[in-house]
Design a protein around this ligand. Structure first.
Ligand code: THU
Length: 132
């Protein structure tokens, strides 16, 4: 795996430490790489009103968008899971919004890694082309 992706996983792992998860205790970290080479990270943030919880991936994406970046190359996701941690369906849809060729790097703390394009993980997805 290339150094860029290793660094991205490292940033996701650091962000995971900041997860706010008093209810599930399940910490997730994410880091997204823009085509300009910038990295934005995110962690999951839970709420006493459980449905208001936001996943790490969406925090990372929304941070990047709100800072004016919307072209993405890859996003890394990491959690303390048996297999590499895959993004939930809602996060897949949000990632796909910004490009079907974005690379997803799924990881866990043991060092297992899986790589897929977002379009492979959300085939036949509803997308913005359907609206135009
Ligand atoms: N979670 C994420 O942050 N990303 C995912 O893709 C799946 C789930 C979080 C939400 C919640 O805080 C905890 O993991 C358990 O579902």
């Amino acid at each position: 795996m290339n150094e860029k992706y290793k660094k991205l996983i490292g940033e996701a792992e650091q962000a995971r430490k900041k997860a706010y998860t008093p209810y599930s205790k399940f910490k997730v970290g994410a880091a997204i790489l823009t085509s300009e080479g910038r990295i934005f990270s995110g962690c999951n943030i839970e709420n006493a009103s459980f449905g208001l919880t936001i996943c790490a991936e969406r925090v990372a994406v929304f941070k990047a968008i709100s800072e004016g970046f919307k072209k993405f190359e890859a996003i890394a996701i990491i959690a303390d899971t048996i297999r590499p941690c895959y993004p939930c369906g809602a996060c897949r849809q949000v990632i796909l919004e910004f490009g079907e060729d974005i690379t997803l790097i799924m990881a866990n703390l043991k060092g297992d890694i899986k790589i897929n394009k977002i379009k492979e993980l959300l085939p036949e997805a509803f997308n913005k082309n359907d609206l135009l």
